[in-house]
Design a protein around this ligand. Structure first.
Ligand code: SF4
Length: 455
């Protein structure tokens, strides 16, 4: 069952998404020695810095061209050029990502032209790579901003390279711990690889006494240049539109075969990812991963008897909703409401085979908000929420527990260390879901009992 129109009870209240330049900034933060500058008003970079700093618990530097009323009328090229010069002198990045915002796009700024002029006027920065990206907040969500930015980075950097036995991994918008896990799994197949982006250390860095303005970690620029020579690309994301897909660009431009897979969360999704690696590398799935799979199966058996009454509302970015819904279905929890603030019309089609007979009982909403999600809590008998910390308002009002996944998580520490991927991460996630349902049952069964008795 699905409403095809924009799915709001009222206006967009408590949005179920973040804006495009935020996704763009996250993608840039996974590239070696990269700085981000947002072309727009200061508030945009402040909002994004604040969101990322409280989620990743790291200092986040994002520059701004700081447009004001005058620039809005006369154009912002002077401010942008000044901002670029200051940022390049202060930070000395190898790559600078320039993402637009609502204001810059609304006044029709020609980003490409301004950047070209700047490079001509300031030849001393000729070694720096400039990557402009058009990311108006109203043009999509952080989901689109993330993939579009990765694609633009490839469009600017990637060159013809000789073929080699290597695999490109286009990582989904996951946690730093997830990226570390994915790298660990790929390494076990003894195949050379490039992961794009790599936030494993840039957004979860070990403590150091001296503050570094720019992280030397992240995907090396030299690796990105030669992704064209890889044997294949695995792109994590089943709902990424083709026109913003980085893997599709590599396939169209350099004939690198593209394999799409879901985020490796849940047993089937992790199996899919590992089978692709087995096929591309020609090496069998390592024993250590088979052991982790066995442990996950064991954990699923431990959990299943507690999950049958679970009725979940899952919300967030489309691919995380898809993967979490699959994990719930594998483990007896019914995902009765699946919601995303992004337009993702394919979500219903993708989930249909897994939902099977339960299809009529489950509601899928794209382009929706969290007020709408809240309006279904009682109607659908939802007893567990799975999504970002923005759902805590629903918890307060409806008294339904929330398991936090996705971006942002502001009201807990450790979001960057949270592991959901691979068999190990999936099992940790499953344990958290099961324990939340057990806690919910034990803390409410007396009320339910008396309510039933004296009705
Ligand atoms: S929605 Fe627009 S104005 Fe708001 S922070 Fe994002 S880019 Fe800036």
């Amino acid at each position: 069952m699905k409403n095809k129109k924009r799915n709001f009870v009222n206006l967009n209240i408590n949005p179920c998404k973040n804006c495009m330049p935020l996704g763009s900034s996250t993608a840039f933060k996974g590239i070696e020695a990269t700085m981000v500058l947002l072309h727009g008003s200061q508030g945009c970079s402040t909002y994004i810095r604040r969101h990322m700093a409280t989620h990743y618990n790291e200092p986040i530097d994002i520059a701004s061209s700081s447009l004001n009323e005058k620039d809005t009328v006369h154009g912002g090229s002077t401010n942008l050029k000044k901002g670029l010069k200051n940022t390049l002198c202060l930070y000395g990045p190898k790559l600078i990502g320039i993402s637009t915002t609502c204001l810059a796009e609304t006044i029709g700024e020609d980003l490409q032209r301004i950047v070209t002029e700047f490079k001509e006027e300031e030849p001393r920065f000729q070694d720096v790579v400039f990557v402009p990206v058009s990311t108006p907040g109203y043009g999509g969500s952080n989901y689109e901003g993330y993939y579009l930015t990765l694609r633009n980075i490839l469009e600017v950097l990637t060159e013809d390279a000789p073929p080699r036995i290597s695999v490109n991994i286009i990582a989904g918008n996951l946690t730093s711990a997830d990226i570390r896990k994915i790298k660990e799994m790929v390494s076990l197949f003894n195949i050379d690889y490039t992961i794009l982006p790599d936030i494993s250390k840039t957004l979860d860095a070990p403590f150091e006494a001296d503050y570094k303005k720019l992280s030397p970690e992240g995907t090396p620029l030299q690796r990105i240049k030669t992704m064209s020579g890889a044997k294949a690309t695995i792109e994590m994301g089943m709902l990424v539109p083709e026109h913003i897909s980085p893997g599709k660009y590599l396939e169209d431009q350099f004939q690198v075969p593209l394999y799409r897979c879901p985020l490796p969360i849940g047993i089937e999704n992790t199996d899919t990812f590992l089978k692709l690696l087995e096929e591309i590398s020609g090496n069998p799935i390592p024993e250590s991963l088979k052991e982790e799979r066995g442990r996950m199966l064991d954990g699923m058996i431990d959990s299943h008897k507690y999950n049958a009454e679970g009725r979940a509302a899952i919300y967030g970015e489309p691919d995380i909703v898809y993967a979490a819904a699959k994990l719930c279905l594998e483990n007896g929890i019914k995902p009765v409401l699946m919601a995303t603030g992004t337009r993702a019309s394919k979500l219903e089609e993708l989930l249909a085979p897994d939902l099977g007979l339960a299809n009529d009982e489950c509601l899928i909403l794209d382009d929706t908000d969290l007020e709408t999600v809240q309006s279904y809590i009682k109607k659908l008998g939802i007893n567990i929420l799975i999504g970002t910390s923005d759902g805590r308002l629903i918890t307060e009002k409806e008294n339904v527990p929330l398991v936090r996944i996705g971006f942002p998580i502001h009201d807990r520490v450790g979001a960057q260390r949270k592991l959901l991927c691979g068999y190990q991460g999936s099992l940790q996630f499953l344990d958290e879901l099961t324990n939340t349902l057990i806690e919910e049952k034990h803390s409410t069964y007396r009320e339910t009992l008396y309510h039933e008795l004296y009705r």
